[in-house]
Design a protein around this ligand. Structure first.
Ligand code: SAM
Length: 239
């Protein structure tokens, strides 16, 4: 892809504005409907409990925010943040008929400079978001800054499978079919090529776990889902 900094942020924002309407459908198709289960697992890993105040960075169409809302319940709060107005518009549409809509507040903002005070939330999640940021470490440090000591910081994103044969079959599917499906079903070939390339370039789960540690988190873990095609990387802000 070869773009960085402000150029990358602008490109990413434009890309998600372009695919917002079909994003949820494509996600479900490409993950064979497993994305919901993966999000639930991320919410569990974030140790989300009733009454908590959680933040979901790069919330997009609010699918992960919704899973968080189910876990925090009526006494809790979920703050969703994203910089794409069209993804947020789709999120509002998704929430319109949901009984959880009063729990979720959506805000347009930049993950690189979160508009919240230090030590404010009881936990932070990010789903398929970190790889889009122009500075990965800065994004992780921002998540750490806004959560209270002892809280969990959790990323759910594409991983790198390691099992022989499965690994080769997966890369064949991912390298050839994913961009093609994006092109056919949404007509946005460039956008799906970007999603493909950004996943390829994103650090593998064990490397992201190491970066979490470097950024100051403790009790770092990674969990492979679907044979490592997707992974949850988590850590705790020291108490
Ligand atoms: C692949 S989508 C993930 C959406 C959602 N988390 C999910 O689980 O489906 C990535 C989202 O990150 C958002 N994003 C990327 N860079 C961002 C940034 N710097 N600040 C805020 N949002 C950002 C995009 O607008 C997009 O909605």
């Amino acid at each position: 892809m070869g773009i960085s900094g402000k150029d990358k942020a602008e490109y990413v924002q434009k890309t998600f504005n372009n695919i917002a309407k079909k994003y949820d459908l494509m996600n479900t198709l490409m993950s064979f409907g497993l994305d919901k289960k993966w999000r639930k697992k991320a919410v569990e890993t974030a140790e989300t409990r009733p009454g908590m105040k959680m933040i979901d960075i790069c919330c997009g169409t609010a699918q992960l925010s919704l899973e968080l809302a189910m876990a925090v319940g009526k006494e809790g709060k979920v703050q969703g943040l994203d910089f794409s107005e069209n993804m947020l518009a789709k999120a509002r549409e998704n929430l319109a008929n949901s009984s959880f809509r009063s729990i979720i507040e959506l805000q347009q903002g930049d993950a690189m400079n979160l508009p919240y005070p230090d030590n404010f939330f009881d936990g932070a999640t990010v789903g398929w978001g970190l790889r889009n940021l122009p500075d990965l470490e800065k994004g992780i440090r921002e998540m750490i800054r806004v959560v209270k000591p002892g809280s969990m910081v959790v990323s759910l994103d594409m991983g790198k499978p390691t099992m022989p044969v499965f690994k080769q079959a997966y890369w064949l599917y991912f390298d050839k079919l994913v961009p093609l499906m994006g092109k056919i079903w949404t007509g946005k070939a460039n956008a799906y090529q970007y999603l493909h390339d950004s996943s390829r370039e994103f650090p593998p789960q064990w490397e992201l776990a190491r970066i979490f540690g470097e950024c100051g988190l403790v009790e770092i873990k990674y969990q492979n889902l679907a044979g490592g095609v997707v992974a949850i990387v988590s850590g705790r802000k020291p108490r």
